[in-house]
Write a protein that binds this ligand. Structure first.
Ligand code: JFE
Length: 273
């Protein structure tokens, strides 16, 4: 996979040389190219920002350097890109929330191009222009909080995508088993323990040392359901009641959830009459 990143803070992308991502690059599984937006300015001050039409505090990124920079990146496709061209990813607090589903989709692409905004973001015509040219553009958010720019989002997206590429993470089974994988119905993972059996007075739950694989599986399922109910009730709303046995229903009822038309919903509180 080829990844191009356009930014005014290329140094922010230095962690892409470390650990598993760095190894994937030296192994030739991933190629990352970082480009300086300011190389596509023409004034003495290498200006990339300007004031917003309509007024308001803060500055925006001007469209012209972005047009030149992205045109130059798009003019140099990797061999592997074929007919489809790149996906242009634009981190933004108003984008679609980046999820494991999106990571899996992007891991199937040969070429990702990231446009990292700063200030209050990029003039909206840049996204409009590349969409009109037929480029697949995705504005992506990491979540409902405001960062100072797109670079940290690039680190997150590239890490989530690259670890799905064949050969990047050693154990294929460990990928399939993770939280947010469909095998787990979209439930949070159960808690996990390693040695020692007792640490600072805290014991590993006895069932995990029982050797009873059925009991271990049932305990883990119960823990996953309870955790999800308490921490992420929004995920329970998407859990298919048809995939839940009587034991699951009993656990969820204890946690205050009942099957609804699609997923599980908070049980209506009993009201005195
Ligand atoms: C940029 C900024 C105020 C943008 C209306 C470029 N999940 C997520 N949070 N924040 C971002 C992503 C993000 C991504 C790119 C960014 C924030 N900013 C800062 C400040 C309003 C903004 O957009 C600039």
């Amino acid at each position: 996979m080829r990844v191009d990143v356009v930014s005014i803070f290329g140094e922010y992308l230095a962690p892409l040389s470390l650990s598993l991502i760095g190894k994937a690059r030296t192994q030739g599984l991933l190629e990352v190219r970082v480009h300086d937006l300011r190389e596509h300015t023409h004034d003495r001050h290498r200006t990339v920002d300007d004031t917003p039409y309509g007024g308001g505090a803060g500055l925006l990124m001007k469209p012209e350097p972005w047009g030149e920079a992205l045109d130059a990146v798009l003019a140099d496709p990797p061999e592997s890109a074929g007919e489809r061209g790149p996906v242009l990813l634009v981190p933004s607090p108003v984008g679609e929330v980046f999820t494991q589903v999106a990571a899996v989709e992007l891991a199937a692409e040969p070429w990702l191009v990231f446009a990292c905004g700063r200030y209050e973001g990029i003039d909206a015509r840049v996204v409009e222009h590349y969409r009109a040219r037929g480029v697949r553009v995705r504005e992506v958010s990491l979540g409902d909080y405001v960062l100072n720019g797109g670079e940290v989002a690039v680190l997150v997206v590239v890490e989530a995508v690259a670890r799905l590429l064949p050969g990047v993470v050693g154990n294929a089974a460990s990928l399939a088993e993770e939280s947010h994988a469909s095998e787990h119905d979209g439930l949070l993972e159960h808690p996990a323990y390693t040695k020692p059996a007792t640490w600072r007075g805290l014991d590993v739950p006895a069932v995990l040392s029982s050797g009873d694989h059925g009991a271990v599986a049932r305990w883990r399922r119960e823990q996953a359901l309870r955790r999800t109910a308490r921490r992420r009730p929004d995920l329970l709303a998407r859990l298919d009641p048809a995939r839940c046995g009587a034991a699951d229903l009993a656990v969820l009822a204890e946690e205050g959830f009942v099957p609804g038309a699609h997923g599980f919903l908070p049980a209506a509180p009993a009201v005195a009459d």
